[in-house]
Design a protein around this ligand. Structure first.
Ligand code: TA6
Length: 291
């Protein structure tokens, strides 16, 4: 791999894990090889845009709680009856750094790759190549390309499981999902249709919004900002906050951290998973910015 740009350095991050640090005049970011996990993004002069739990694990084989986990090749609990980690294995594996370059107007692009292996085939039969591009500038741009490198049709679920940092989740509102049908996963799963008013979070919230390509905007009056999550190649959006009881049940999440985070997840899940013919690829993207 070519020489790193001056704005990029590699060091040992939390738990001694291999970390890329990007520092430009516009923003700073951190990406771990572990799960190709973006753990930090902060435009200069602003508060961090991504939430990271103080209690997160940073260990091989364990998920990082915060930032942008990559969920692949399934979302949530595996549905084919076979054993496997929640949200798939991509966020638990070491990805390869394949590039780091200046990308114009002071932005930096970091490229990471994950290719199927004996280890992944033991869990899931498909052969694939994932190429992930993280562009750091005034905005954070993420692109996940999934290619079916097998000679069989492949069906996958995928998510950029973005944990946004907010001042107080009880005070924010979410625009962009009015009128959208969603699968409510709290208690007995059931289907609802969102109303016309901006969404408020008043209890544990775990919803898969279906057949939507909309940009979501989180209005955060406490920090006087709006966080915009624009997406491409994605037909579903998950909105999640664990609230009080679920927070207490998560060992890698502080009991009192739930007010400071809100997940707006760019994804293709359930009946909106992606089917790839042999050799076919699909790109899903998210651009996260503040205004
Ligand atoms: O995206 C929402 C969700 O599926 C929730 O149900 C909750 O389980 C969250 O993801 C966290 O999942 P994780 O496997 O990271 O604990």
């Amino acid at each position: 791999m070519q020489k790193l740009p001056d704005a990029v350095r590699i060091d040992a991050g939390r738990g001694g894990l291999w970390r890329v640090i990007v520092e430009t005049p516009q923003a700073e970011a951190e990406i771990y090889r572990h799960g190709a996990h973006v753990t930090h993004f902060q435009p200069r002069g602003q508060k961090p845009v991504l939430f990271m739990s103080e209690k997160s694990s940073f260990e091989a084989g364990k998920p990082i709680r915060g930032g942008v986990p990559i969920c692949f090749p399934w979302f949530g609990a595996r549905e084919d009856g076979r054993p496997g980690p929640p949200h798939g294995f991509a966020r638990l594996l070491e990805w390869e750094l394949t590039g780091a370059e200046e990308a114009g107007n002071g932005d930096i692009e970091i490229h990471l790759r994950l290719v199927s292996s004996e280890a992944t085939r033991k869990e899931w039969a498909g052969d694939f190549e994932l190429n992930y591009t993280v562009r750091v500038g005034a905005m954070l741009s993420l692109k996940l390309d999934v290619r079916n490198t097998s000679n069989q049709e492949m069906r996958i679920e995928e998510a950029l499981h973005t944990y946004l940092a907010v001042s107080d989740v009880k005070r924010v509102s979410i625009e962009g999902l009015a009128g959208v049908t969603y699968s409510d996963r709290v208690g007995t799963p059931h289907t609802e249709t969102e109303g016309s008013a901006p969404i408020r979070i008043t209890a544990e919230t775990d919803r898969i919004y279906l057949n939507t390509r909309s940009t979501c905007v989180v209005d955060d009056p406490g920090w006087g900002r709006r966080v915009v999550v624009e997406k491409s190649g994605s037909n579903t959006t998950v909105v999640w906050n664990p609230w009080i009881a679920k927070s207490k049940a998560m060992p890698d999440f502080g009991d009192d951290e739930w007010p400071g985070m809100l997940c707006i997840e760019t994804c293709n899940v359930r009946e909106f998973g992606v089917t790839l013919a042999p050799g076919q690829s699909h790109t899903m993207g998210a651009v996260i910015r503040t205004e």
